[in-house]
Unconditional design. Structure first.
Length: 249
């Protein structure tokens, strides 16, 4: 059966050779039965401008470009790769979509996003997000020499790791009920929600306006996990990464 594939939170970088191979392998297998691929953000661990992709990002561009000959590829920026722009998207054969988008698949409407905008309890993160998504702030960073950008990013990531180490994985970093309700209020036709970001894969059920609305949370690809959401005529199904056939190893 034909499927539309949704993934997020791979966090690829030059430090994740195993993961980068896994992604290339998944593309090779999806190619045969996939109508479209949606990447819902944080494909990359960091993004400092389309003028300085790391080796992993250059390889991914070639692989996604090859895949795009078989099925269209759509990309929504995450909280890490929010600076990914039209230049890289074109090189990878991807179409950039806005932060939140409603799409129709097999006769049903889906609301798709990275998901961080629905984490409305995490006030500190929302403040950080508002600053980082500001076009003037982005322009300043992108005008800095590459070495400075690398240094700023390394410092910011170290600070973020320290903070996460101190607070752990708390409830406020999850999507909130009110965040979901706000999104559904703006999209009354959406029959289901698909997002990533929280690294808490699940299919939740929300009751909104008398409708039952499933919310599919995509898995991240860390620590030997990974997986994808397959949407087909029969609905949504969370699947583990495809196994490579033995003879192809
Ligand atoms: C992305 C996150 C690092 C979270 C810097 C202006 C500034 C952009 C940037 C630098 C960092 C993205 C682009 C990265 C997300 C982190 C740490 C925590 C919670 C500026 C515009 F500062 F110079 F003004 N950056 N990078 N974090 O390394 O990809 O999302 S990043
Ligand atoms: Mn994220």
């Amino acid at each position: 059966m034909r499927q539309t594939v949704f993934i997020a939170d791979l966090h690829l970088s030059d430090d994740t050779p195993e993961l980068n191979r896994l992604f290339a392998q998944a593309l090779g297998l999806w190619r045969h039965n996939t109508d479209a691929l949606y990447i819902l953000g944080d494909l990359f661990e960091a993004w400092l401008g389309d003028d300085m992709p790391d080796a992993a990002a250059r390889e991914a561009a070639a692989q996604i470009k090859a895949f795009s000959a078989h099925a269209p590829v759509y990309f929504i920026c995450g909280n890490r790769d929010f600076l990914l722009g039209e230049r890289y998207a074109a090189a990878a054969g991807m179409t950039l979509l806005p932060e939140v988008r409603e799409i129709t698949l097999y006769g049903k409407n889906y609301l798709i996003s990275h998901g961080d905008e629905m984490c409305t309890e995490d006030k500190a993160y929302l403040r950080f997000r508002r600053i980082m998504r500001n076009k003037a702030v982005q322009k300043i960073l992108l005008s800095l020499p590459q070495a400075w950008r690398r240094k700023i990013a390394a410092d910011m990531r170290a600070a973020s790791r320290r903070r996460k180490g101190a607070t752990g994985l708390s409830a406020i970093t999850d999507v909130s009920e009110s965040g979901v309700r706000a999104a559904l209020a703006r999209h009354p036709q959406a029959a289901a929600v698909i997002h990533g970001h929280t690294h808490r894969p699940a299919i939740h059920h929300h009751t909104f306006d008398g409708r039952e609305v499933p919310r599919c949370v995509l898995p991240d690809w860390h620590d030997g996990r990974g997986g994808y959401l397959a949407v087909s005529e029969t609905g949504c199904e969370m699947r583990p990464l495809p196994e490579k056939p033995a003879e192809a190893v």
